[in-house]
Design a protein around this ligand. Structure first.
Ligand SMILES: [Zn+2]
Length: 134
């Protein structure tokens, strides 16, 4: 899996540890949304230094930079949850939403991050149903 914006790191123990931090945050979401689809994660360095994360819309693939991980767990959660929304729903940016704005400005705490994420992903996007009209 590849993206133009981020150069993937080759997997080794150090990179595995970085990726683990991102996966732990995905588990936080999985605990709340049981049917969250499986999300593929790569860690790398940005080709443009401002990029923190990238998602392939609706394709359940995300890339997170080492810079993003180095910002610490709270910032990283905001970045990872943001990319999860892109990757699962295909939703783009909303500059009025503290989670889905295109630049990392507001660092939400864990509860608020989850609350905003759940506004976009109520159930995993693999479980959409249609009911008869009443
Ligand atoms: Zn985005």
């Amino acid at each position: 899996m590849k993206t133009k914006q981020i150069k993937n790191f080759k997997m080794n123990d150090a990179v595995y540890k970085l990726r683990r931090q991102v996966i732990e945050l995905i588990y936080e979401v999985k605990k709340e949304i049981k049917d969250l689809p499986r999300i593929e994660v790569r860690i790398g360095e940005p080709r443009n230094h401002k990029v923190l994360g990238v998602a392939e819309l609706k394709n359940k693939k995300i890339w997170i930079t080492k810079d993003a991980i180095d910002l610490g767990q709270d910032s990283l959660r905001n970045i990872v949850f943001h990319e999860i929304v892109h990757a699962v729903t295909g939703f783009g940016h909303d500059e009025k939403c503290p989670l889905m704005q295109s630049k990392l400005k507001t660092i939400l705490n864990k509860n608020d991050c989850m609350k905003y994420l759940k506004g976009y992903i109520k159930h995993g996007a693999t479980m959409l149903t249609m009911a008869v009209a009443s």
